[in-house]
Design a protein around this ligand. Structure first.
Ligand SMILES: Cc1cc2nc3c(=O)[nH]c(=O)nc-3n(C[C@H](O)[C@H](O)[C@H](O)COP(=O)(O)OP(=O)(O)OC[C@H]3O[C@@H](n4cnc5c(N)ncnc54)[C@H](O)[C@@H]3O)c2cc1C
Length: 468
């Protein structure tokens, strides 16, 4: 039986000389609570989470990451790793410990011969999209471009290109990592294969990724945008959507949503009303787009704004609505089907969305994402058709209870109809059982790999996989 270190030493209790020795090694910036930039540096995207780390190290290079890992391990500190800082549960920070902030570790190199892209461990997706678009390429990612490459990729990565090209992890070819013992390794299909398997869905449990190499695909412009119907039509539209998408080509993607139109750029007559809708993205031959969209338009949406746009514009469509600093509460589940019981719950809770930015999304994980074997990566729910997420969102902290309650109630009503687990990047802290349920048959293998590479559970501020 392993003895796991449960009690951390606080940074503030370390000897001055220990900190000075560490600071002398590091090239990046070291920020303490007394520094002017501390409050800015500790802020997370989700303002509902307010953590006060003992020190933040903004790593300038891989060497800084190695020194920081060694400093954290040798001094028994709680260590959080921060990529884009978007995680709903605030896993990019910790109380009183060390935050290894990767935001200075940015580069994007496109290899046009191989159509691959090498990306720093601290990049955000907007930077990748910008660099690849110039070459007519794209890497499957999420739908908000300020999200970190690190956290999104290591958790799975669901977005507009999932049906055509798979999840983000299905396009990961190689990674460079700093492990818990401070060693540096490269992982790919032939080197450290077990670790390469584990990081494609196993989150930040196995080490710090300093560089990702992805397969990119020929995507330049897409045909997409929202189609909306009054919330009262949820049953009819959801049934149609499920059947239509199940028979559509992989190039067509569209996530179903219940939402409120919060304001501009949408027309005034829609503001503050509840809708069900689909945000489409068609990444196939644009000459065929109008034909593909004919059955969609035949459903007579109350509002539609679909057309050709550059892929990065599609990726940024909702960035403006969701700036950093809002209150967020997250719940999620996978779904295999969308039957009348399910759509009835969406109608019920979609009709009482508590604040203009609170929403429910169902992201298709069918097509190419669904054709990958269930044990090829830790992502166990390859047979699920949708990754569902409910988010209570509002700028005002005094609405935190209201958005949390709506989100929990919505989730509790739907959970009995779900597949059991959730996409772990879409939940906050729901404990070990939920993590196990989400990795299902892959959990045991993950715990063995965790034991091999991180037996003391050094990397534990994440959706934690316990060493077996
Ligand atoms: C507005 C919004 C929209 C989103 N949309 C999508 C979406 O469309 N599709 C989707 O799949 N997800 C989406 N997500 C969820 C997102 O994937 C997770 O929040 C993810 O954790 C964010 O990664 P990050 O690097 O920004 O987060 P962080 O908070 O920085 O990190 C999250 C976790 O990843 C670990 N981590 C981050 N970088 C590294 C690294 N380089 N090496 C090792 N560990 C690392 C951290 O330690 C932490 O445990 C969205 C989130 C938000 C807030």
């Amino acid at each position: 039986m392993l003895e796991l270190v449960e009690d951390f030493i606080l940074v503030k209790d370390l000897k001055k000389s220990v900190i000075e020795e560490f600071a002398a090694k590091v090239r990046g910036k070291i920020i303490f609570p007394e520094d002017a930039e501390y409050d800015d540096a500790r802020k997370l995207y989700n303002a509902m989470i307010d953590k006060h780390p003992g020190v933040i190290v903004k790593c300038a290079d891989v060497a800084d990451v190695i020194y920081a890992v060694n400093f954290g391990r040798e001094n028994h500190l709680a260590v959080a790793v921060r990529g884009g800082g978007h995680n709903g549960g605030g896993l990019g920070s910790c109380e009183g410990g060390l935050v290894i902030d990767l935001s200075g570790l940015k580069f994007v190199r496109v290899n046009t011969d191989k159509k691959t892209v090498q990306v720093g461990g601290g990049n955000v997706w907007a930077e990748v999209d910008h660099a690849t678009h110039a070459f007519g390429l794209a890497v499957p990612a999420g739908i908000i471009s300020s999200t970190g490459v690190g956290g999104l990729t290591l958790g799975g990565g669901v977005g507009y290109l999932a049906r055509k090209y798979g999840l983000t992890i299905d396009n990961l070819l190689e990674a460079d990592m700093v492990l818990a013992d401070g060693s540096f390794v490269t992982v790919n299909a032939t080197k450290n294969e077990d670790l390469f398997w584990a990081i494609r869905g196993g989150g930040g449990n196995f080490g710090i990724v300093t560089s990702f190499t992805f397969q990119a695909h020929p995507v330049t412009n897409v045909f997409g945008g929202p189609t909306l119907w009054p919330i009262e039509k949820t049953n009819e539209i959801m049934k149609w959507y499920h059947e239509f998408l199940s028979n559509a080509p992989d190039e067509l993607n569209g996530f179903f949503a219940t939402l409120v139109i919060p304001g501009p750029p949408f027309p005034a007559h829609l503001h503050n009303k509840q809708f069900c809708g689909i945000i489409w993205c068609y990444s196939g031959d644009l000459d065929k787009a109008k034909e593909i969209f004919k059955p969609i338009m035949a459903m007579n949406p109350l509002f539609e704004h679909v057309g050709v746009m550059p892929y990065p514009a599609m990726q940024q469509l909702f960035d403006g609505l969701f700036p950093p600093g809002l209150q967020w509460y997250w719940r999620a589940d996978f779904f295999n089907e969308l039957n009348a019981d399910i759509s009835g719950k969406h109608l019920e809770f979609g009709s009482k969305i508590p604040t203009p930015l609170s929403q429910m999304h169902l992201y298709p994980v069918s097509g190419a994402a669904g054709r990958v074997k269930k044990d090829a990566t830790p992502w166990a729910y390859r047979d699920a058709k949708y990754a569902g997420v409910i988010v209570g969102v509002d700028p005002d902290p005094s609405n935190a209870t209201k958005i949390t309650k709506w989100c929990k109630d919505y989730w509790e009503a739907l959970h009995p109809f779900s597949s059991g687990g959730a996409y772990l990047n879409f939940i906050m802290n729901e404990g070990q059982d939920r993590i196990k349920a989400s990795y299902k048959h892959n959990y045991d293998r993950l715990t063995k790999i965790k034991r091999k590479y991180d037996p003391e559970n050094f990397f534990r501020i994440n959706q934690n996989i316990l060493p077996s």
